[in-house]
Design a binder for this molecule. Structure first.
Ligand code: ZN
Length: 190
């Protein structure tokens, strides 16, 4: 990848877009907007800084009680950015795993959702990525991920279908078996 642009170069790019939109970036009310946009981008795209090595540092616990049922975290708020139009994808994610020897704090599952979603994404890839990162840390018997989201590229532009939502699921290991897949799907519909 080419060298990361400086803060100043990024702000300059926002000024260009403001002009492209038809406004004047030197208008006093919006003079600081490029700096604010660039700062917001740091947050929207913070997932790029968190690689697998970082995720591997998440603390896991030994499954001492031999818990062998599904662990489900339901309706985690997700904010991502569509890689085709660079507008928000907002939705909810449910993740589940069947533990083997390791279990992980629930907040870490939510962190994994954040890390995977805070970059340019496709919902299909996001769904798979979340499952892969959970597998990486917990080495479970299976992972299931469900995402229900609204894509602003569809609701606020283009076809303007405001009520359409997109649902994706991805299952690994044990969840490939009908019985467990169904258990997951039943639980998230509750
Ligand atoms: Zn889009």
């Amino acid at each position: 990848m080419s060298k990361k642009p400086s803060q100043e170069e990024a702000e300059q790019a926002v000024r260009t877009l403001i002009k492209w939109a038809g406004d004047n970036p030197d208008r006093k009310e919006i003079i600081d907007t490029p700096a604010r946009v660039v700062k917001s981008y740091k947050e929207f795209f913070s997932g790029y800084e968190k690689d697998d090595q970082y995720i591997k540092t998440f603390k896991v616990f030994e499954n001492n009680s031999n818990y062998d049922e599904m662990i489900l975290l339901h309706n985690i708020r997700m904010e991502s950015v569509c890689e085709h139009h660079m507008v928000p994808i907002i939705g909810y994610v449910s993740v589940a795993y069947y533990p083997d020897k390791k279990i992980i704090g629930l907040s870490k599952l939510a962190r994994i959702v954040d890390i995977c979603s805070k970059k340019l994404q496709l919902q299909e890839r996001l769904t798979v990525e979340i499952a892969q990162k959970i597998e990486l840390v917990t080495e479970p018997l299976g992972v299931a991920v469900f995402i229900n989201s609204s894509h602003q590229c569809m609701t606020t532009r283009g076809v303007h279908k405001t009520d359409a939502s997109m649902q994706t699921t991805y299952m690994t290991g044990k969840f490939k078996q009908q019985e467990y897949k169904q258990e997951f799907l039943n639980n998230i519909k509750k």
